[in-house]
Design a protein around this ligand. Structure first.
Ligand SMILES: Cc1cc2nc3c(=O)[nH]c(=O)nc-3n(C[C@H](O)[C@H](O)[C@H](O)COP(=O)(O)O)c2cc1C
Length: 174
């Protein structure tokens, strides 16, 4: 047995690492899937891989295990309402949403900062989550839209004009 970790303070410490917020979508038959995630991250440039994890208690987990495509919609700073909507279980998340469904591409939400279309690559045990790895087949990025930020359990926006250029020359760490 490892050391006992206090879950509350562990969560608080993890919240010190800011992330973006995404809605990962897919389509199974005629059913649209959509879940808010902050676990999205880049994994590999060659091949182009991304990852995200889904809680084993999520109502939609068994459907995610069958999904044949994922669309990772990276929310922009004015889309916190979409984040809340897609994090509510057992509701009709799609009611009144204008979206585009492309066969084999998942569901594309309008007004996002970027979207990555992926094919499933692998799924691994991640403790109380399941780790999904996707191979990016295409993507779109809207550089004029700033991403929504999630940190310390709250939504935030990037401050304009406060960005310092990074001069670290590793290809993956941009
Ligand atoms: C900002 C934010 C980030 C979240 N990140 C994740 C995540 O990475 N993985 C996850 O399984 N749930 C995450 N959730 C919770 C899910 O969105 C929520 O449990 C959702 O209801 C799952 O969808 P389902 O009930 O349709 O399965 C997050 C929620 C919020 C508000």
């Amino acid at each position: 047995m490892g050391p006992v970790i206090d879950v509350r303070s562990f969560r608080q410490a993890l919240g010190q690492f800011p992330t973006g917020v995404c809605v990962v979508t897919s389509v199974i038959g005629t059913e649209k899937l959509g879940v808010t995630i902050s676990s999205f991250n880049s994994l590999s440039l060659d091949p182009p891989l991304i990852l995200f994890s889904i809680d084993r208690r999520a109502a939609s987990l068994s459907l995610w295990m069958q999904a044949e495509c994922y669309a990772i919609n990276v929310l922009s700073e004015n889309q916190a309402d979409l984040s809340s909507r897609f994090s509510r279980p057992l509701t009709n998340k799609w009611e009144g949403i204008a979206c585009e469904t492309k066969v084999g591409h998942g569901v594309i939400l309008p007004g996002t900062a970027a979207v990555f279309h992926c094919a499933p690559w692998a799924a691994h045990d991640g403790g109380d989550h399941l780790l999904f790895i996707g191979r990016v087949t295409s993507f779109q990025s809207f550089r004029d839209r700033r991403p929504l930020v999630f940190s310390q359990g709250r939504y935030a926006a990037l401050e304009s004009g406060s960005h310092n250029e990074v001069s670290w020359p590793l290809a993956m760490h941009y």
